[in-house]
Design a protein. Structure first.
Length: 420
């Protein structure tokens, strides 16, 4: 019996010891948590006033130097052989200057013959005009003599003219006029032939359509029925060079005409040229886009769009074909309320029952009268350092720029450092 009593006493004592140790452990943990809270309230935070900033964003793309325009003239087999070149490589030309001549000797012979034929027809036309004038005179004289009596005592007997004689002369006049109309049509046809031959002869002289520089002359291109793959003469415009390239669809919707561009040729280190966006096409590049894969958050193919940039600085040191990097400056000088990127904390949005909704919230901590306020915010455009705050913060409020994970709404702050 006594043995059982001692067993129960041992059990009760053991339970008391365990309960006492647990209470001491809990009290110790609680003390540490309180100390931790006190430590957090005593922590020194860095804050900065929300201020207006000019958020200039830079978009980087690549491109290639090209002339403003160019002219490539290919061999036309139907024109025959090239007789003479009128220009040399690396020489300047103006619009309208002859570049080379096809052999036009056969056309010139045909032209000369057509001119002679036309002149003969013109002489025949003049004869017909003279004949009609003579008939007009005869008709007038005949009309005056119709019905006149003949003087038998006259030294010279006058010809007796009747109305039939007048009618005969008038019929001859009508026929002569009809013949002359046919002759005039022959003259017009001959002149058309001359004009066509003259145009063909002029086409045998190939001229420059632009002011520029002759960069290539191929004098020994073989003539084939299909023509030639290489141009006989290649001219590039003497206007300042431009830059062309393609940009992905995410950049194309941001960049607009006349935005400033910094151009950095890869062959020139630490040198740059100024330019402006001249155009961004509304239509995809020739490959239809999707040829390149970009990791833009959603994966998949991205369409590319052609663009052109005008170079404002002197381009005399640049060459056609140079590859360049371009920095397009976004923003029109307007200022927006902004805070540093590092001031923003992303948190999961919680539904009722403390379950995650799967959405992320942007949160910022604002120090008001020594107490932190947790605020959900809306953001807008950004640059490398600052991000626009469209809702949740007002100008001049003190924003925690390096929020610690232990910060919470309502936390008291006794000391902090304010940076400009």
């Amino acid at each position: 019996m006594k043995k059982k009593v001692w067993i129960w006493i041992s059990i009760i004592v053991g339970v008391l010891i365990i309960l006492g140790g647990g209470a001491a452990f809990v009290m110790n943990i609680g003390a540490k948590m309180v100390d931790g809270v006190e430590d957090m309230e005593d922590v020194s935070l860095t804050v900065q006033k929300a201020s207006e900033q000019e958020l200039t964003e830079s978009i980087l793309v690549t491109g290639k130097i090209v002339p403003e325009s160019e002219q490539k003239i290919y061999l036309e087999p139907e024109n025959g052989e090239i007789q003479e070149f009128k220009v040399e490589e690396n020489k300047k030309v103006k619009a309208g200057d002859p570049l080379f001549l096809y052999d036009s000797s056969k056309l010139k012979r045909e032209f000369d013959k057509a001119v002679r034929d036309r002149d003969l027809i013109k002489r025949r036309s003049q004869i017909e005009i003279n004949q009609m004038a003579e008939l007009d005179k005869k008709i007038r004289d005949a009309k005056q003599k119709v019905g006149r009596k003949v003087d038998p005592e006259a030294e010279v007997m006058e010809e007796i003219v009747t109305q039939d004689d007048v009618n005969q002369l008038q019929n001859e006049r009508v026929q002569a006029e009809m013949d002359h109309e046919g002759t005039k049509e022959e003259i017009e046809t001959a002149q058309e032939t001359i004009n066509e031959l003259d145009a063909q002869i002029k086409e045998m002289t190939v001229v420059s359509k632009i002011d520029g520089i002759v960069v290539k002359i191929n004098e020994n291109i073989e003539k084939t029925e299909e023509g030639a793959n290489e141009p006989v003469v290649h001219i590039i415009s003497s206007d300042p060079y431009k830059v062309i390239g393609t940009m992905n669809e995410f950049d194309a919707v941001k960049i607009e005409k006349d935005q400033a561009v910094i151009i950095r040729p890869k062959v020139f280190k630490d040198r740059e040229w100024k330019g402006v966006v001249e155009s961004v096409s509304q239509f995809p590049s020739d490959d239809g886009g999707g040829a390149e894969d970009y990791d833009m958050g959603g994966g998949g193919d991205v369409t590319t769009y052609p663009f052109k940039v005008a170079i404002k600085d002197d381009t005399s040191e640049l060459r056609q074909g140079f590859h360049v990097s371009l920095e397009v400056e976004m923003g029109g000088g307007e200022k927006s309320l902004a805070v540093p990127h590092m001031a923003i904390v992303e948190e999961e949005a919680m539904e009722e029952g403390e379950e995650s909704s799967g959405e992320m919230l942007e949160v910022i901590y604002v120090l008001v009268d020594g107490v932190l306020q947790r605020r959900e915010i809306e953001t807008g455009k950004m640059n490398d350092e600052f991000i626009e705050i469209t809702e949740g913060v007002t100008k001049g409020e003190l924003v925690v720029t390096s929020p610690d994970p232990g910060l919470y709404d309502g936390m008291e702050v006794t000391s902090y450092d304010e940076v400009e």
